[in-house]
Design a protein around this ligand. Structure first.
Ligand code: GLC
Ligand code: MG
Length: 489
């Protein structure tokens, strides 16, 4: 929690599924656009908070499947678990708050009597969260009856319906909104209340976020009926809340622009990368810009021109060194020359490059030490047929929805395996989701390294950075048997 010495310029508190992460965008473009914007312009002085309904188990799984950034704070299990930093240190103070008028045994005992409720997978049952599936037709009535029963038994609980299918039972003091209010209070005590907070969501469990005082809010264009209805009834006249016209992370970027919270042009949207505005140049933005160029070079999305390589080389100190994660040492200019033969080698492939946690420290008048994680996703052809396809082939003749699929094959936890798969989803849609997930499912295709570099930022700001020294080390799980021959930087 002490990453920032001063007040955060912006704190983004975003839901994940169907808000930060678009499960209908196999290329993850809006997420990658957000990532580039955040790392180039916000990471150093702002806070990224993910607030998800997922348990720690399913949250970690999503991180393996999608090109997500590392948040500063992670709120999981619908605001019942708060953790800090990369090591995810739990906030024990928060757990204490949640025990009031809460008895998990009574909750499971009473809810278990309702045939309309189907218990979610074991991973999603948490100390302060009991979760079920229920269809839209029964949701309201079940919620009403259950609330009365719990009140009679002396509990003070909150029942939240999300995504037209999930029913969560939590202590009254829990929830995404309460967790945010708790964080705000904590920051205020430390004299570090963020200058602006933007909350982002798409479904029922996000509604509370929008009623926290002084926050800006965005309901992404694809928001669920239950959230839009809540908004119409409770926050219609609040000018600080918008319903974006863009889906998911693109809607978050839209809101940053709408509310004037800071820069809102993602480096991914800039077609001419040499065309950067000098006032926004920083060591971080230079890093993002370089790896954008690198991705486009290998995808053949920029012209195959010596001029580009020459301009990159002009940004390298003539005695600068690159230490490749394999341990090999070469001059920065040779490393750039090495790019020549890789022009377009990833053309038409699912090749993406993104950076995470780009943090810079000024070490001299013009010198910065920048440390970050760099990831590459390369889709490789699978030799073995994925398990998912085999399962589907066996059931598509018999079942038409995932409900039947689950019961046919005992795949109750299958929605946990395939992100975005939901109960009662039509099988054709399910198949689409499975296919979209395939290459992200195999972690083998994702390689990462930690990069530390020394960058000189010229005062005149004309060409921005000069790379002095670059040192790379494989991130855990990324070295070993992986194909390292095409890892250039
Ligand atoms: C996530 C959780 C699930 C919860 C839902 C809505 O999907 O995995 O347990 O019910 O969010 O909050
Ligand atoms: Mg969501």
């Amino acid at each position: 929690m002490d990453r920032l010495k001063a007040t955060a310029r912006l704190m983004i508190v975003s839901d994940l599924d169907h808000t930060m992460v678009d499960h209908h965008d196999p290329e993850n473009m809006s997420l990658l656009r957000f990532n580039a914007l955040w790392e180039a312009c916000y990471r150093n002085d702002s806070l990224l908070v993910f607030s998800t309904g997922r348990s720690p188990t399913l949250y970690k799984q999503l991180r393996k499947e999608k090109p997500m950034l590392t948040p500063d704070i992670t709120i999981m299990s619908v605001g019942t678990e708060i953790t800090y930093g990369t090591t995810m240190v739990p906030d024990d103070g928060w757990v204490g708050v949640l025990n009031q008028k809460w008895d998990r045994n009574i909750v499971t005992e009473e809810a278990g009597k309702f045939p309309e409720l189907t218990l979610q997978s074991e991973t999603e049952q948490r100390p302060h969260k009991v979760s079920f599936y229920v269809d839209k037709a029964n949701a309201q009535n079940v919620t009403k009856v259950l609330s009365e029963i719990f009140a009679k038994r002396g509990l003070d609980v909150k029942i939240i319906y999300s995504g037209g299918m999930d029913l969560d039972i939590l202590p009254q003091g829990a929830g995404k909104g309460q967790a945010l209010a708790y964080l705000h209070k904590k920051f205020k005590t430390e004299g570090k209340l963020p200058a602006n907070t933007l909350v982002c969501g798409d479904s029922g469990n996000d509604a509370e976020l929008f009623s926290i005082p002084d926050v800006h809010g965005v309901m992404v264009s694809n928001a669920q009926e239950e959230l839009l209805q809540w908004h119409a009834e409770n926050a219609k006249d609040n000018p600080k809340v918008i319903h974006a016209t863009e889906r998911c992370a693109a809607g978050i970027i839209q809101a940053i622009g709408h509310f004037n919270l800071g820069p809102s042009a993602s480096p991914r949207d800039i077609t001419n990368l040499s065309d950067c505005e000098s006032e926004n140049v920083s060591a971080s933005s230079e890093i993002v810009r370089f790896f954008m160029f690198y991705e486009r070079w290998r995808r053949a999305e920029v012209e195959n021109s010596e001029l580009y390589l020459a301009s990159v080389k002009a940004d390298c100190d003539s005695s600068g060194i690159l230490i490749h994660p394999s341990g090999t040492e070469l001059s920065l200019c040779d490393a750039i020359n090495g790019m020549r033969s890789y022009y377009g080698d990833k053309q038409g492939q699912k090749f993406r490059v993104w950076v995470d946690r780009v943090l810079s420290t000024q070490t001299g008048l013009d010198t910065w030490l920048v440390k970050f994680n760099k990831w590459e996703l390369s889709a490789v052809n699978r030799v073995e047929e994925p398990l998912e396809l085999d399962l589907l082939r066996r059931v598509t003749n018999r079942s038409t929805t995932t409900d039947l699929l689950y019961s046919d094959l005992g795949l109750e936890s299958y929605s946990g395996i395939v992100s975005g798969a939901t109960p009662s989803m039509h099988l054709t849609e399910f198949l689409e989701v499975v296919l979209e997930n395939l290459c992200w499912q195999s972690g083998d295709d994702q390689q990462g390294c930690v990069i530390t570099c020394i960058i000189n930022m010229k005062k005149d700001g004309v060409s921005g950075a000069t790379y002095m020294h670059v040192h790379e080390t494989w991130l855990e799980g990324s070295g070993g048997a992986k194909d390292q021959s095409t890892w250039l930087f």
